[in-house]
Write a protein that binds this ligand. Structure first.
Ligand code: G3H
Ligand code: 13P
Ligand code: ZN
Length: 341
């Protein structure tokens, strides 16, 4: 992933990181990548690894690289909660891991800065020795409106720019997830976010201080109204909600954001398509009758995001560097090599 993000920095574009749990989601991403000629980050959470029994996922990814050899493809661990989780992912063949030490291993309790540095540093050492990439997180993801994860002023969970600099210096992470008011899932904002609820100014400040670090935006689904409407039209019960506007993500990309995490938009697209078939063709019971439209709906969202993030057209820019070669570069401390400016 390090190579892919370095290339994105050179080209001034962002790369979507899309979550998967099954074959149809992997196929949707790879088809969108082929159509738009995009490099790809496929990511799996701990939940996805357990749902797919890990090895199913691994072999599906091998099939993806066999069938789409022209697409540089990363398999990334999303929100690793411990050194051991990252270790098992690397051992299985993930080419990149996130050590989310902003939270304790329960994935809920905010940790201390010292704990975060120690665990992330350990993963960096282990991972770079094998040539794999590490993403870390400083600050805690969470909305500002509802005080989620926050202190008295509702802002204390956001990333402190000075701490971000110190975190990168002490850990040597390749990519850094920062907290600027986004959160996971469909309910991010109760109205279109403003500078008060989505702190792009904070992101810009962090980028100024860390121009050589690839920034990551989690919780970056846009939760489009049309996808919400399809679900509700066919019997769903989503409450009105807002996601992260594409133009804010594009502003982020101009300011050092190279990886953009998207899961919810694809979940919405899949569920809407399945609900539509169930409502319109209640006589159908062949799973392919609804999984195919679901896969097509996800592909459409992914292809659109690939175009909006600017990765479209860049699949052929470079040949993937083998992990052993990356390990050598890390060893010689030849990395970081590319400025994200
Ligand atoms: O981190 C959040 C992603 O959307 C993955 O979600 O843990 O339910 O698989 P999950
Ligand atoms: P969304 O819920 O906004 O899609 O975010 C996904 C994410 O950040 C995965 O790590
Ligand atoms: Zn996330």
């Amino acid at each position: 992933m390090r190579q892919l993000l370095d290339e994105a920095a050179k080209g001034g574009y962002g790369v979507g990181a899309f979550n998967v749990n099954n074959m149809e989601q992997i196929q949707a991403i790879m088809e969108a990548a082929r159509e738009t000629k995009s490099p790809v980050i496929v990511q799996a959470s701990r939940g996805a690894r357990s749902y797919s029994q890990d090895r199913f996922l691994y072999h599906l990814m091998l099939a993806a690289t066999e069938l789409y050899p022209e697409i540089p493809t990363v398999l990334h661990l999303d929100h690793g909660n411990s050194v051991d989780t990252c270790k098992s992912a690397i051992a299985m063949g993930f080419t990149s891991v996130m050590m989310d030490g902003s939270l304790m291993p329960d994935g809920k309790t905010p940790s201390t800065f010292e704990y975060n540095v120690k665990t992330t540093r350990e993963v960096v050492e282990m991972s770079h020795a094998k040539g794999t990439t590490v993403e870390g997180e400083i600050g805690c993801l969470g909305g500002i409106e509802d005080g989620h994860g926050a202190g008295l002023d509702g802002l204390s969970h956001l990333t402190d720019p000075e701490q971000a600099v110190e975190f990168v210096r002490q850990t040597g992470v390749d990519a850094l997830d920062i907290a600027i008011g986004t959160s996971h899932g469909a309910y991010k904002f109760t109205k279109k976010p403003t500078g008060e609820t989505l702190k792009m100014d904070r992101l810009i400040e962090i980028h100024k201080r860390l121009p050589r670090t690839h920034l990551v935006m989690h919780g970056s689904s846009s939760v489009p109204k049309d996808l919400q409407d399809i679900i509700n039209q066919y019997g769903g019960k989503l409450k009105p909600t807002w996601g992260v506007p594409i133009e804010e993500i594009q502003l982020g990309i101009k300011n050092g954001v190279r990886k953009i995490n998207v899961d919810t938009d694809n979940r919405l697209a899949i569920t809407g398509a399945i609900r539509k078939v169930f409502a319109e063709k209640p006589e159908e019971f062949d799973p392919r009758s609804y999984l195919k439209p679901a896969r097509d709906a996800m592909k459409k969202v992914v292809a659109l995001r690939m175009t909006q993030f600017g990765q479209a057209g860049h699949a052929g820019d470079y040949a993937p560097t083998p992990l052993a070669e990356m390990a050598k570069r890390y060893e010689g401390n030849g990395i970081p090599v590319v400025s994200s400016e």
